[in-house]
Structures are given as structure tokens and as C-alpha cells.
Design a protein around this ligand. Structure first.
Ligand SMILES: *[C@@H]1O[C@H](CO)[C@@H](O)[C@H](O)[C@H]1NC(C)=O
Ligand SMILES: *[C@@H]1O[C@H](CO)[C@@H](O)[C@H](O)[C@H]1NC(C)=O
Ligand SMILES: *[C@@H]1O[C@H](CO)[C@@H](O)[C@H](O)[C@H]1NC(C)=O
Ligand SMILES: *[C@@H]1O[C@H](CO)[C@@H](O)[C@H](O)[C@H]1NC(C)=O
Ligand SMILES: *[C@@H]1O[C@H](CO)[C@@H](O)[C@H](O)[C@H]1NC(C)=O
Ligand SMILES: *[C@@H]1O[C@H](CO)[C@@H](O)[C@H](O)[C@H]1NC(C)=O
Ligand SMILES: *[C@@H]1O[C@H](CO)[C@@H](O)[C@H](O)[C@H]1NC(C)=O
Length: 699
């Protein structure tokens, strides 16, 4: 379905609904009620000369002045009665009741009155006397009269009439089609007492019934009734006026209507049709509603189409062709030309910027890798192959690599963006105590969340080491490389790239290369100069200690520690009162050796942690940081302990000595404090990598 169809569909349904409204309003209904009449009702009627509302009644013939030989009509003027019902399936059924009061003026009554249905509301001339205002001598019986009347005759006018006190049905003629005498029922029309008349017409059957009731002077009700089958359509056309007519002759009377009501009645057939109309309306409403929904849906689709396409394309591209290769121009635009205001952070390998890729409508983290000297020896194909490998890795605790760009000396990597940033920002918020908002965010790192982060990172490393077809070393496990999503799940970033990119101008793309961060590097690294599964495990051990304690590996453990009365046993380290810098591994091992493993927990936690979990984490961390790589558990074992509840390792109470080489000709090497080494004079990482064992033993 195309978009232009939406508009035509909408306008079509508008037309349909308008038609429904018009059809729904077509109705043969007519209702009115006059419990009595007052001058205010004048506009509801039209009166022939001499007729009026007077004495709370309709005066059909004059009630004052010359009353003899007069005729008159009072016509309901507001609306006409429809001959046919709403759906023209039958004639309109109706019911009407009125109270008439005929008051003779000279003892003898004359002549009578009638209730009429007619298409000719005006009073015929010369209709006084016997004509009752219905017709006259010339037009008597004419079809054009279009009159159906029920007459209430108070005087015998011609030979065929029973008497001067009857009612009858008249069709276009004063000669009644059927007459009903009332005298043998003791009903006297012209007695000046009220007569209740009710009439009903069944448009389906044609049954026309009339009932008369008069209260007897001696109590009780006097009744009479008459009915016949008549097809009103044989006499009447549409737009029927409801009329009272009457006349006087030589003898006069007041022809009065004291109250009147009228209502059309929906018969069964019509009710069925009305139900049908309602069902039709409901269905139509439903159709319109769904049309609108469809229209809105298509508009929404059109609005979101670009985005959906972009997302789908992105996934497709990465799945089918690996990560997206971006143009430098596009990434410049996305990051406002690497504007300092877009800077998210700076790591050892480069600066990270917040970017917005317009064609994907996607927020990304763009890492601009410091290349130092452009590595002209490196072929782009090799680079792309490695980026592809990395981008194919997919784990819920890994940051997704979306794409890359390599133009000239610029190397850019485009990652998923996590607004909460990296773990170190939260973890060391307490170090920036002046900033109160940071304190609050430090408190966000509850023990539960810390433990979940440790488990997440372990799980991600397990996937890198053992989960994918290609073994991938992370080479730089540390809190600043762990992003947090909005649920505080760890998302490990920067993995595997050590082989791809350069650190500080030194190429490390060979497997012999060392990469990583001071403080997280295992002892053997100084001898082998190479990363391995074991060095990742060591770094992870340091990571656990950091997350548990909230202290950075090499510098945070010093002065504050010796003044901590809880840790008196460690005072030896600061006998001279000078700030003491300990590496976090030594510090933790000391606590563990004293049986105070729980003291390693961050004081910001204020003791709110699961003791067995902290104990487990400390033991695991120490096991991972065992000086001898062969003694370290694999990351798979770590995951089994953390997640599957395998037995927690029992590290030795005292930190074992580093033995090198691990296999054959072993000799114990007393290592200097690693933290001191790293924070001391020797700052150049490459110098460590070229250190020999002899230089390390010197202390
Ligand atoms: C008006 O009505 C009252 C009672 O309804 C009656 O007594 C009186 O005679 C009537 N007047 C005329 C002029 O008909
Ligand atoms: C009363 O009016 C009728 C009809 O207009 C007329 O024929 C008759 O002569 C009038 N009577 C009197 C006394 O004016
Ligand atoms: C009018 O209609 C009501 C019921 O709808 C009925 O009770 C009343 O008697 C009717 N007649 C008159 C003359 O008002
Ligand atoms: C009828 O009565 C009226 C007064 O109500 C009177 O003026 C008139 O002459 C009388 N007519 C006859 C024929 O008695
Ligand atoms: C009254 O008279 C008419 C005509 O003769 C007759 O049809 C009807 O049955 C009579 N009604 C009663 C109650 O006697
Ligand atoms: C009256 O006549 C019309 C047409 O002649 C017919 O359609 C209708 O059904 C008739 N109604 C009754 C009640 O007989
Ligand atoms: C008309 O008569 C039919 C058949 O007796 C009946 O079903 C229907 O309800 C009547 N309609 C009215 C409005 O009384």
C-alpha cells in the first residue's frame, strides 16, 4: 500500500460518515404534548378566522360573537406527519389522545367537530353546518380533498346518519365510511362534559382504532370504541397536517379541545430497521476508526522508516560485511570535528568523543586512536581483518564495535555509546570528595551492583578466551575499559585491539607485543614481554580488588590506610610516618593473611554487603594474582566459581614468591613492590618490557 492511498482512504471514510449521519437523522418521528393550551401556544398552531386559544382550550369554532353557521380549523403548524416510516417499509404508525368538550349554546347542539389527517390544511369555504369544516357541498367525496377524519357529530344532518350523537370515519367525504352511535352507550358528546378520545393507527396492518371514554354523571366510565382497516396511502399523500375542524349551524356549540398529545410509534419492523441502522452505524464507525488507525500507522511507518532502515542496514552490514567503514568526513561531522565539548574521555590508546551518525540516527562513541608515527608498514587489509574479527564478537557484556575509519594517519573506531560512562568514573567518585554529586554516584555502586559487574566482566572474558572460535586476549582489563549500561551491567570495551593499534608510538601488533596498563601487568610480563590468557587473568584479579575496595591498584593505598585503626596490623609499613604506597595485590594479600579479607571492602559500602560474596571475591582475586601464572585459575574456572557456585579457591596465607622460569630451571626472584616500580622513576613502559630478570631482582 502506498502513502497517497492513505489520504483518499481518509476522505472516503469522511464521506461515508457524513452520509451515515444524514441517513441516521432521517426519521418520521413526530411527538408533542399539550396538557392544556394557553396563549403562549399560539405559534404552535394556525387558526382559521374566529378560531383561537381561549379558556385554556383550542376553540375550533368561534366562542364569541357570531357563533352560528361558522366553521373553523386549528392546524398543528410545527411539523407534518410523514406518511411513511423512516425506511419507507410501512406507513407511519401513530397514537394520539385528546380531550374534547362540546358545549351547546342553546340547549340543542350543532353541528360537530372532527380530528383530521389531511394534505390540505386550509379551511374550505362554505364548510359550516353539516360539513363540519371538513369539506363542502362541491368537494364532498373528491379524492383531491385528501382527508381522513374521525368525526364527532352532534347533529343529524342527513338521512343516512344514525343520529346526532355519534362518531365515524370519514374519507374525503362527510358521509362517514363507518359510524358508531354513542347514545345506546350513554355517551353524550355535546353535554359539556369531557370526552377522552384515543386513536391508534398501525401502519403495518392498517388498523385504525378509536376509543372514547366519558365519566358518567352517576360515577364510572362510559366507553365506546371503533376500528377499521384503512390504508392511509390510498387517501393521503406525504406531509400530513394534523387538524381539528368543526362547525356550527343554526344551533351553536363550543367545539373545544382541552388537551392533546400525539406521537408516532415505531413498529416492530421499524425497530428492526433501527437496530439495523445502529449496527450499520457501529460497523461504519469501526471501519472509519480502523481506517484512521491504518492511516496513522502508515504515517508512523513513514516517519520511522529511515530509522528502521538505518538500524536494519547497520545490523545487516555488520553481520554480512563486518563493521561499517566510515568516511573520515562523516565522523568529523558526527563529532563536530572532534570538538573538545564532545570529549567523553581519554585513555592510553586515544581520545573518545560522543558522536551522532545522522544516517543511522545513532549515538556512538568514536575513539580517535593516537597513532603516533603513521605506521606505513601496516596494510589496511590486515587491519580490516582484525577489526572484522573483533566486530564479529557478540556478547551481552561486550561493547559492540560498529565501525571504523582509516584514512591517512587517522584511525577511528566507532562503538556503541553508553551514557553512564565507564566504571572508574563511578568507582573513584569518592576520590573527588569536593564534588558532592560524585559522592552520590559512588553510593550508586552498591555491593550487589559491584558483584554483578565482576560477574559480567568474568563472563565477557570467558567468552573472549574460550567462547569464540578465535581466542581473543583482552590485554587491557581495567575499570576504565568497562562501560556500564543503564542497569549497571558491565560492558567490556577495547578488547582485542592491542594487536591492532599502537601504544605510545610502539607497534604491538605482533603476538610478542606487550600491551596493558601499569598496575595490571603480571610479573611474568617483565620476562616474557608477551600477553597471554594468564596475564588477562592477573589483570582481572586486580580488577576484582579494585571493584571490591574502591582503591586504584598502585596509588590509592597509602596514607589513609595507616591511619585506619581497623588495620593496625599493617602499621609496620609506615613506621617512618611517610606516605606508603602499596600495590593493591600486596595490600589485599596482607589483609587476607590476617584473616581480615572483609576489610578489603570499600568503606563507602558502610558494611552493607554479602560477606560470603566479598570473601569469595577476595579469594578469587588473590588466586588470579598468584605470582606464578601456572597457579592462576583459568577465567572459565573463575566463572564457575562466581556464577555456577564451584568451590572458592584457597590462596596461600602469604603471597608466594615469584618463580622464574615456571617450568624448568627455577629460581626464586624477589620482586620489588610492583606499584612502587610503576609509580616510581621508571615511567616508560617499554623499558619494563626489556628488563631482564637481573635488573628486577636489584632492590
Ligand atoms: C371556561 O372554562 C371554565 C371551566 O373550565 C368554564 O366554567 C367556563 O364556562 C368556560 N368559559 C367559556 C367562555 O367557555
Ligand atoms: C353569522 O355568520 C354567518 C357566517 O358568516 C352568517 O351567515 C350569519 O348571517 C351571521 N349571523 C349574524 C347574526 O350576523
Ligand atoms: C398523553 O400521553 C400520556 C402518555 O404518554 C397519557 O397519559 C395522557 O393521558 C395522554 N393524553 C392527553 C390528552 O394528554
Ligand atoms: C342561543 O343563545 C344565545 C346566547 O347564548 C342567544 O344570543 C341566541 O339568540 C340563542 N339562539 C337561539 C336560536 O336560541
Ligand atoms: C349500539 O348501537 C349500534 C348500532 O345499532 C350497535 O351496533 C351496537 O352494538 C350498540 N351497542 C350496544 C352496547 O348496544
Ligand atoms: C398500503 O398501500 C401501499 C401501496 O398501495 C402498500 O405498499 C402498503 O403495504 C399498504 N399498507 C397497508 C397497511 O395495507
Ligand atoms: C401492528 O400490528 C402488528 C401485528 O399485530 C404488531 O406486531 C405491531 O406491534 C403493531 N404495531 C404497533 C405500532 O402497534
Amino acid at each position: 500500500m502506498t502513502i497517497p492511498n492513505t489520504n483518499s482512504m481518509l476522505s472516503f471514510s469522511c464521506m461515508v460518515s457524513a452520509a451515515i449521519v444524514i441517513l441516521g437523522r432521517t426519521c418520521s418521528c413526530l411527538h408533542f404534548t399539550f396538557p392544556s393550551f394557553n396563549p403562549g401556544n399560539r405559534d404552535d398552531f394556525s387558526f382559521s378566522p374566529g378560531s383561537a386559544i381561549s379558556n385554556n382550550s383550542l376553540q375550533i369554532t368561534p366562542n364569541a360573537g357570531n357563533m352560528s353557521h361558522r366553521s373553523g380549523r386549528v392546524v398543528y403548524a410545527r411539523e407534518t406527519l410523514k406518511l411513511w416510516n423512516s425506511k419507507r417499509t410501512a406507513l407511519t404508525s401513530f397514537r394520539t389522545e385528546f380531550v374534547l368538550n362540546i358545549l351547546p349554546q342553546n340547549g340543542t347542539a350543532g353541528e360537530g367537530m372532527a380530528f383530521m389527517l389531511t394534505n390540505n390544511p386550509s379551511l374550505p369555504s362554505d364548510s359550516s353546518g353539516q360539513w363540519l369544516g371538513i369539506c363542502n357541498s362541491q368537494r364532498d367525496g373528491a379524492k383531491t380533498n385528501r382527508v381522513v377524519a374521525v368525526e364527532f357529530d352532534t347533529r343529524q344532518s342527513y338521512a343516512d346518519e344514525f343520529d346526532g350523537n355519534h362518531f365515524g370515519f370519514d374519507f374525503n367525504s362527510i358521509k362517514s365510511f363507518r359510524q358508531y352511535p354513542l347514545s345506546n352507550q350513554s355517551i353524550i358528546l355535546a353535554s359539556g362534559s369531557d370526552v377522552w378520545v384515543s386513536m391508534a393507527y398501525n401502519g403495518t396492518t392498517g388498523l385504525f382504532g378509536v376509543d372514547l371514554v366519558q365519566h358518567s354523571t352517576i360515577g364510572g366510565q362510559l366507553k365506546s370504541s371503533g376500528s377499521l382497516i384503512v390504508n392511509l396511502s390510498h387517501y393521503l399523500a406525504d406531509d400530513i397536517y394534523l387538524v381539528f375542524a368543526g362547525s356550527t349551524g343554526d344551533f351553536t356549540q363550543l367545539n373545544q379541545i382541552k388537551s392533546w398529545n400525539f406521537t408516532t410509534v415505531e413498529n416492530d419492523a421499524t425497530v428492526g430497521i433501527r437496530v439495523g441502522i445502529k449496527v450499520f452505524l457501529a460497523i461504519a464507525a469501526l471501519v472509519i476508526f480502523s481506517t484512521c488507525l491504518v492511516g496513522v500507522f502508515f504515517m508512523w511507518r513513514r516517519l520511522t522508516r529511515q530509522r528502521r532502515l538505518a538500524n536494519r542496514n547497520l545490523e545487516k552490514m555488520i553481520d554480512a560485511h563486518g563493521p561499517v567503514k566510515f568516511k573520515l568526513r562523516e565522523l568529523r561531522r558526527a563529532t563536530a570535528n572532534f570538538s573538545p565539548t564532545r570529549k567523553l574521555g581519554r585513555g592510553g590508546s586515544g581520545t573518545v568523543y560522543l558522536g551522532h551518525i545522522n544516517r543511522m540516527n545513532l549515538e556512538v562513541a568514536v575513539k580517535r586512536v593516537s597513532m603516533g608515527n603513521a605506521d606505513s608498514n601496516r596494510g589496511e587489509q590486515e587491519f580490516v581483518a582484525e577489526v572484522n574479527t573483533i566486530s564479529k564478537l557478540s556478547h551481552r557484556n561486550l561493547v559492540k564495535l560498529i565501525g571504523w575509519c582509516h584514512e591517512g594517519s587517522e584511525l577511528l573506531l566507532v562503538y556503541e555509546y553508553f551514557p553512564m560512562g565507564s566504571l572508574d568514573k563511578l568507582l573513584y567518585a569518592s576520590a573527588r570528595e569536593s564534588n558532592s554529586s560524585s559522592e552520590i554516584s559512588a553510593l550508586e555502586l552498591t555491593w550487589d551492583r559491584r558483584y554483578k559487574i565482576i560477574c559480567g566482566v568474568a563472563s565477557a572474558l570467558d567468552y573472549l578466551h574460550h567462547g569464540s572460535s578465535k581466542r581473543v586476549l583482552h590485554r587491557d582489563v581495567k575499570p576504565s575499559n568497562v562501560m556500564l549500561d543503564e542497569d549497571y551491567n558491565a560492558r567490556v570495551g577495547d578488547f582485542g585491539l592491542a594487536r591492532v593499534i599502537q601504544y605510545d608510538g610502539i607497534t604491538h601488533h605482533s603476538t610478542q607485543a606487550v600491551a596493558g596498563t601499569r598496575g595490571y601487568m603480571a610479573y611474568e610480563c617483565f620476562f616474557t614481554g608477551r600477553a597471554s590468557l594468564d596475564t588477562d587473568v592477573y589483570a582481572f584479579g586486580v580488577f576484582i580488588m579494585e571493584v571490591v575496595s574502591g582503591r586504584s591498584p598502585s596509588s590509592a593505598v597509602k596514607y589513609e590506610y595507616m591511619h585506619d585503626s581497623d588495620h593496625r596490623g599493617m602499621e609496620d609499613y609506615s613506621s617512618d610516618g611517610h606516605p606508603l604506597t602499596m600495590h593493591i595485590v600486596d595490600w589485599t594479600w596482607s589483609l587476607y593473611g590476617e584473616g581480615k579479607a572483609l576489610h578489603a571492602a570499600d568503606r563507602l559500602l558502610d558494611g552493607e554487603f554479602e560477606q560470603t560474596q566479598v570473601d569469595c571475591a577476595v579469594r578469587l582475586a588473590l588466586a588470579c594474582c598468584h605470582p606464578n601464572p601456572r597457579e592462576r585459575p583459568s577465567i572459565r574456572t573463575v566463572v564457575q566459581v562466581l556464577i555456577d557456585g564451584a568451590p572458592v579457591p584457597e590462596p596461600p596465607v602469604n603471597k608466594p614468591a615469584f618463580v622464574w622460569p615456571p617450568g624448568g630451571n627455577q629460581r626464586e626472584i624477589e620482586l620489588p613492590d610492583v606499584g612502587l616500580l610503576f609509580t616510581g622513576g621508571a615511567r616508560q613502559q617499554n623499558s619494563f618490557c626489556s628488563m631482564t630478570s637481573t635488573s628486577l631482582t636489584a632492590r
